[in-house]
Design a protein around this ligand. Sequence first.
Ligand code: ZN
Length: 285
Amino acid sequence: MPQIAGYELYTIESGRFGLDGGAMFGIIPKPMWEKYLQADARNRIPMNMRCLLLVGNNRVILIDNGLGDKFNAKFSDIYAVDTEMFNLRRSLKNHDIQPEDVTDVILSHLHFDHAGGSTTRKDGKLVTTFPNAVYHVQATHWDWATQKPNIRERNSFLHENLAPLADSGQLQFQPGSGTLFEGIETLVIHGHTPGQQMIKVSDQSQTLVFTADLIPTVAHVPSIWVMGYDLEPLVTIAEKDLFLKQAAEQNWKIMYDHDPLSEISDIVWTERGPIGIHPRPLYDL
Ligand SMILES: [Zn+2]
């Protein structure tokens, strides 16, 4: 399995769900995005909720955790939730990791499909899923999500995911981009939602970046392929171009959170801008 900076890297699939294909691809016409992902009868495309697990240096670090296990039938129907094929606990167990073993949870942002697995119901009470973990969130994003969230985004910030975290004493707020641990850096971006953080894992020979919802699938690499969900699409385009130019120059590998087909890829910069090439599983890093 791949190793970077003393960590073993594993893909953790936490489940699948469906989102409206039009909303996922913004201004890109359906005949174009449909070549990559087929929509169902309700125009939803299948999305993975892929997390990254780092084990090493006396830490077990989980990056994002999917939508969790607290959803009801209505939610499951709207979002075509499928946690049969994969779910968070089972995927962790496949690598001999129990929730108690996790030392750190890094949340890219607090939308329900990234942070919902942070909490669970136990004996009728909402509790943190990882009782011994420090949960790392950008301070600006926490405030954005919890202090009067805007009308357009508030259905993505669910009380049941965030309130138990607020009360847990396990939250650690990050003050911006920077080194979290040796070999692990956060890169803060704002186009999708203010204060989102990407996670860069690197040493002298390799760099992998978990780009979260800046680039949810390999189809979102080209500059104008931006989600309709993004609050500031022009900011996303600028952030993506800046980041991907560096990724192409320095041979960084990109990990996609929502791509049902590709876990990682390389980036090349062409006359027409960035494209993702050599899509493959993480274990072929
Ligand atoms: Zn998001």
